[in-house]
Each structure stands twice: as structure tokens, then as C-alpha cells.
Design a binder for this molecule. Sequence first.
Ligand code: IPD
Length: 262
Amino acid sequence: MNNELQQRYTFLCQLAKEAGQLAYNYQRKLIEDGLTIDVKGLQDFVSEADKETESFIRQQLTQTYPQDGFLGEESGEVSVQHNGEENNNTTGTWVVDPIDGTTNFLRKQPMWCVSIAYLVDGEPVIGAIYDPCHDELFSARHGEGAWLNEQPLEVNQGSTDMVGLVNLGYSAKMPLGTYLKTMKRLLDHGIEHRRHGSAALGLAHVAAGRFDGYREDFINAWDIMAGVVILREAGADVIVNEVTGGYAIQASVPALTDLLKG
Ligand code: IPD
């Protein structure tokens, strides 16, 4: 890994933790006094915590890496002005979800995280997912490994009959039938499923061997890009397909790839 990317990685890990702490303080505030919440759509909310956390991340990134592109869940794609000139984005792009699992966050639950990836030529090369409620930082550098805090990450190495727990995500943008078919296929093979409501954390937990797979048929780039590099480095099979307006993702231990695909 070149020096410049290594510096970005160090910066990224620190930033994910600081942003996570900021969001965590907002959740404490929510528990004590409430927050301003807007409804974006059915079961789709945004709070001042999402907006302020993204704005903090964006400010830190544009200050340190003004030449980089930025795509955030709340701000969309931002063309950064630097020295009065339009950013030609000759370097890479930061892809940011300030709070993934917003519904959990707003319901005062601990299953949410900050997710930040840096992409070069459309591929995530470094990524960090920080879960402030458990002080867990999942991170990876392309070609060099993935870590949970300081510990190297590896997907579950159990034998085929020991891989039995999959995390599913559901999006109303895709037919319910597809989701139900996946669930049935898993159950028919004796595989348990969960739905935790944070795609980024769900992916990180596959990398950590806490789940054997994750599948969601419509998802946005900011929900998955950090997870993709972390999963690849932890030895997961990762399949990302473009679908209209977003992506479909499945990631699993190799033994479950075909079954999860269907
Ligand atoms: C959502 C969560 C959820 C997933 C949705 C995402 P948000 O992200 O990751 O688990 O099923 O597809 O949009 O809105 O909480 O950042």
C-alpha cells in the first residue's frame, strides 16, 4: 500500500471513531431530551444526528483531502470547490453513511454504526465501520487484511455443517417474494436467519465470523462499500450487482455462496 493510502487509512480510522462518538452523544441526547426527526419515506427516517454527523465527516474530509470526491447518504454526491476551482476528482471518492441503522438508533437500540469507505476507480480500497455502542472498529486495507480493533478478522472457518446463521436485509424497493424465497431456502437447509436493521454492521459481523452470510437485494453504496473491502479481506465471497438506482449484495463464507444466491 502506498504511503498516501496508508495515511488516508490512519485518518479514516480516527475519523470513524470521532464521528461515532459524536453520533453516540446524540443518541444519549435522544434518550434524555429527544431529537428533531424527519420522515424521508416509509420506515425511512433522518435525524439531526445523521445530518450533523455527516456534516462533521464531510468537513474533516474536505479540509484534509480537498481534491477527493464525496458521496454521503444525507448530502448525496458533492463536488468540492477547492481554491475556487471545481474538483475534477482525480483521486478517489469517500462514500459515507453517518448512521447506518437509523431506525435502531432512533428507537434507542445499540445496533447501528458509522460506515466510511474510500474508493479508487469505483472499488473500495480502504474502509472503516465503527460501532460506538460496543467500541468496535472494523477496518480493512485492500490486499493487506481486515481487523476488529487490533485483531485480524477472518470469516467463520467452521465446517460446512457448522455454517448456519445468516443476516438478511429487506428493502421495500424489491419484491417481497424474493426475500421470502431466500428465507425459505435457508430454512429448508436448516439455516437460521436474523434481521438486525444495519446492513453495514451486518456485513462487518460476517467478516468477524458472527454470521455466515448477509444478503440484501436493494441497497445503497454508502451502506455497503466499507463492508465490501472488509469482507473481501476477511475471506468472504462477496457478490455486488448493480440494480436500478442501487446495488444488490450477498456476502458469505464460501460454503454458503450458492445457497444464498438461489
Ligand atoms: C438502512 C439499513 C437497513 C437496510 C437498508 C438501509 P440507514 O440504512 O442499513 O438495515 O436494510 O437498506 O437503507 O437508512 O439506516 O442508513
